[in-house]
Design a protein around this ligand. Sequence first.
Ligand code: A2P
Length: 326
Amino acid sequence: MDLSAKSHRIPLSDGNSIPIIGLGTFSDPAKTPKGTCEASVKAAIDAGYRHIDGAYIYQNEHEVGNAIRAKIAEGKVKREDIFYCGKLWATNLVPEMVRPTLERTLKVLQLDYVDLYIIEIPMAFKPGDEIYPKDENGKWLYHESNLCATWEALEACKDAGLVKSLGVSNFNRRQLELILNKPGLKYKPVSNQVECHPYFTQPKLWKFCQQHNIVIVAYSPLGTCRDPTWVNVSCPPLLKDTLLNSLGKKYNKTAAQIALRFNIQRGVVVIPKSFNPERIKENFQIFDFFLTEQDMKNIEALNKNVRFVELLMWSDHPEYPFHDEY
Ligand code: A2P
């Protein structure tokens, strides 16, 4: 694979392609000043990023849209140069809700289509506008999932031209097989967005996805922001790792750049989040060096099989994806 800052798209099974690095945009809305996301997406496009990962529930999708449209208006990029991934949340998995939910995202973005639209998690919650529905006792309100029916509604959105490619996120092997083996399947999922980094390398899911031509998109590729309200902080900080730092010295790179390079060199798309202009640039400087085969093996050996993002609050959901080995 000949990846460069200018040309770093990899093929998807449906004939489209995806830039191997994108900017992650999840940031706690309560702690993030308004406009930060928009400025960061603009900085990322200026730095060479052509892929932005977002979601309606991040509450900053309008800022992403503003930034993309501003860069198009400026003449910096054309719409077709940009790859935007949006997400269908758990409260919108009922088939009749799928198209209106995607249309809401397009309205917020003020764009005509998204490049990739993915089921954000395989667990359905009580349908409606409340993102995290709970009853009066604080118990989560779940809903029966029918992932195949949701998928069919997504296929109709692709046929209608609202989205170019369809994928999933946080799906385990069984859930991927549910879609892949669906009678009358029209479009295969092109990607599965999951946690993936040197401490959680996903060797089995990676292999399974490779066999089925499903691209893995790595979220938390730098080991997350370590916010203890949702991150398993008993797992040590990835970027403090001795090997990643010593390889950084060897290549005159940072531990973050080594962690990202490791994934892209094995064909895994990375979506590091940063709202800091210097780190946005830093994370993109991963196309001017190669890790040796031995470096790659040594990094793979760091795998601890422990997740930073466990989503344990939903572990009693019938479709909780992380009880299975992979
Ligand atoms: P910030 O937005 O201030 O740069 P992940 O993508 O694994 O979820 O990691 C995101 C976290 O890592 C954010 O807290 C982000 O903070 C931080 N981060 C992003 N890039 C770097 C980097 N190059 N070095 C150190 N921390 C980084």
